[in-house]
Design a protein around this ligand. Structure first.
Ligand code: NAP
Length: 242
């Protein structure tokens, strides 16, 4: 059995990624933090797509909780390993820097950057030993161009892009690729409350993207066909920023 772990797989982009990878033959580990009902809904969609999966609850920002969950899985699956990791869990807490509270700064950086560290480190060694692995990090256009009101989010996503490049150099010779995806506006819970009609005017494609469109890119990067792409950040934003 081939295993893929998708953090934040209970909703939005992560859910679409779970369904796509399951359809490609992966047994998907659907990580979530609090929304068990939505994680169950993802699993139902995975089954509908003819795939298999299971829930794996942990807060990616909590180092101990994450390690316990991953080590428990590894203990129960001796000789097997998670060959695809999609670091997708993320939040935004927008505010202008002048008013940004320490909690807003800290939580966004913790979940995105420490989350990347907490989940990736324990999964890396088996990938290197088995000489095959795919790590795909969900960044954002905000981490490339910077967005007002998002100093925290832009910093976190910019950091993820840099970590992607550094890690790709560390493990390139081991058959492990590490890439980042930088979506623009994608139709999920995360963009609720944004002025879609106004924002669409700035997007050459004149629409928000669909989670399934991001999932298709994840699936390609996870495939053997993408073996020679590593350390890169691929934009998917309808032409918003090139
Ligand atoms: P979403 O619909 O808000 O879903 C967020 C997911 O992350 C949920 O499954 C949530 O789990 C999970 N999550 C949040 N905090 C977590 C934590 N501490 N530990 C584990 N899981 C956690 O978001 P989305 O739009 O699909 O975004 C997915 C990723 O794409 C994020 O990294 C986001 O920054 C990035 N992105 C999104 C857009 C966009 O326009 N939507 C654009 C660029 C980049 P629960 O269901 O349990 O809460």
């Amino acid at each position: 059995m081939k295993y893929a772990l998708v953090t934040g797989g209970s909703r939005g982009i992560g859910r679409a990624v779970c369904v796509k990878l399951a359809a490609q033959g992966y047994h998907v580990l659907v990580n979530y933090v609090s929304n068990e009902t939505e994680a169950d809904n993802t699993l139902a969609l995975v089954a509908k797509a003819g795939g298999t999966g299971e829930k794996m609850r942990f807060d990616v920002g909590n180092a101990e909780e994450t390690l316990v969950a991953i080590e428990a899985w590894q203990e129960a699956h001796q000789g097997e390993y998670i060959e695809v990791l999609v670091n997708n869990a993320g939040i935004r807490k927008d505010n202008l820097m002048l008013w940004m509270e320490p909690e807003e700064w800290g939580r966004v950086l913790n979940i995105t950057l420490n989350g990347f560290y907490n989940v990736t480190r324990p999964l890396l060694k088996p990938m290197c030993v088995k000489k095959f692995g795919r790590i795909i990090n969900m960044a954002s256009v905000s981490g490339i161009m910077g967005m007002p009101g998002q100093c925290n989010y832009s910093a976190a996503k910019g950091g993820i892009i840099s970590a992607t490049k550094a890690l790709a150099k560390e493990v390139g010779a081991k058959g492990v690729t590490v890439n980042a995806i930088a979506p623009g506006f994608i139709q999920t819970d995360m963009v609720e409350g944004l002025d879609e009609a106004e924002l669409k005017k700035q997007i050459p494609a004149k629409r928000f993207g669909k989670p399934e469109e991001v999932a298709a890119l994840v699936a390609f990067l996870a495939s053997k066909d993408a073996a020679y792409i590593t350390g890169d950040v691929i934009s998917i934003n309808g032409g918003l920023y090139t």
